[in-house]
Design a binder for this molecule. Structure first.
Ligand SMILES: NC(=O)c1ccc[n+]([C@@H]2O[C@H](COP(=O)([O-])OP(=O)(O)OC[C@H]3O[C@@H](n4cnc5c(N)ncnc54)[C@H](OP(=O)(O)O)[C@@H]3O)[C@@H](O)[C@H]2O)c1
Length: 304
């Protein structure tokens, strides 16, 4: 049987390596076959590797939950895209090895690398802001952990929506986080940073808070006004208090949201900075870089 090159794991917790996987099976009516040009590499792929996130596929499997590429074939029921269309996708649950998708037209002037790294952080940010926090312009938002890829995306989208953003970041990232749209950036190494947030808000607290720092939700909660909202993306919701509505957000595929976000990138309103691009054969190094952190920039693997 013909095989295709992929990078992934032979078994849970196994090392990331090049894999020869069977060529994709015949398409179901609602499926498209994408020729992947580039795929995002995030710290969440380490969670998949070690078994903490079930993406719908089992080893031996290619890793990766976001990609950009060209539609090569479409099932009979697919009307939204056609062969030749350039798309980006967060195709969960995986139908097979992560190269299937159903819709999403990628604007042609977004680089493959930027498009590949957009889906997970941008969809997470959109779902935190629009759904969990129900933000509206004029509100004050705390983003705790704003120097990461996803945290930075939350800052950018919130600033575009007219929120006043107070952020936490390490000192080396302060000017970058300001450039993303935060009006105040506090150093999370200062143990009194939550009190600094209260001072900046006349001791009332922020209307809404997004936590993107591991284990940081409780500290973020202490800065939220009574009756406000907190969303965390690091599975660390604290006990309820003071009427604050709390949500734990787990990103889910949403073609309509991703389409809007991709258009914002193509218009230059939303930025995805790609730090490092690796060939599939170096996927293990790429994953290690993404896990170590790259100061808010994306890591991708490319197929050619
Ligand atoms: N639930 C979901 O659906 C979902 C989706 C996406 C991501 N996530 C998770 O959300 C977290 C953040 O994602 P990301 O993409 O932004 O990560 P990232 O790009 O790896 O960034 C992590 C950043 O966190 C900062 N940081 C480290 N310790 C901190 C602390 N104690 N307080 C505040 N900031 C701290 C660091 O900033 P400095 O460099 O400035 O020190 C670092 O740049 C990760 O755990 C990721 O797995 C969850």
């Amino acid at each position: 049987m013909a095989s295709m090159r992929a990078a992934g794991i032979q078994h849970r917790n196994g090392p990331v390596e090049l894999l020869d996987l069977p060529e994709p099976r015949a398409l179901s009516a609602d499926e498209v076959l994408i020729e992947v040009a580039a795929a995002g590499v995030g710290n969440w792929d380490e969670i998949v590797r070690t078994g903490g996130w079930d993406t719908g596929s089992t080893p031996p499997m290619a890793l990766g939950v976001e990609a950009a590429g060209t539609v090569r074939a479409a099932g009979d029921a697919v009307t939204s895209v056609a062969p030749g269309d350039e798309i980006l996708t967060h195709p969960l649950p995986l139908r097979a090895q992560g190269t299937w998708a159903q819709h999403l037209i990628a604007p042609a002037n977004v680089s493959w690398e930027a498009a590949a790294a957009l889906p997970v952080p941008a969809l997470t940010a959109e779902q935190v802001l629009a759904e969990a926090l129900e933000v509206h312009d004029g509100q004050t938002l705390l983003v705790h952990g704003a120097s990461g890829l996803t945290g930075g995306m939350i800052v950018q989208i919130a600033a575009l929506r007219g929120l006043r953003v107070i952020a936490t970041a390490g000192p080396a990232s302060h000017s970058r986080v300001r450039a993303l749209g935060a009006v105040e950036v506090l150093d999370y190494h200062d143990s009194d940073w939550p009190d600094q947030v209260l001072r900046l808000t006349g001791r009332k607290g922020v209307d809404v808070a997004a936590n993107a720092a591991r284990g940081g939700a409780a500290a973020a909660l202490s800065t939220v006004a009574d009756g406000g909202r907190l969303a965390t993306i690091t599975s660390d919701t604290p006990p309820a208090q003071r009427g604050v509505t709390m949500s734990e957000v787990y990103v889910r595929p949403d073609g309509d949201q991703l389409s809007v976000l991709a258009t914002m990138v193509s218009q230059g309103r939303l930025a995805v900075n790609v730090a490092e691009s690796y060939p599939l054969s170096a996927a293990s190094t790429a994953l290690a870089r993404a896990v170590k952190g790259t100061s808010g920039s994306a890591v991708v693997v490319t197929t050619s």
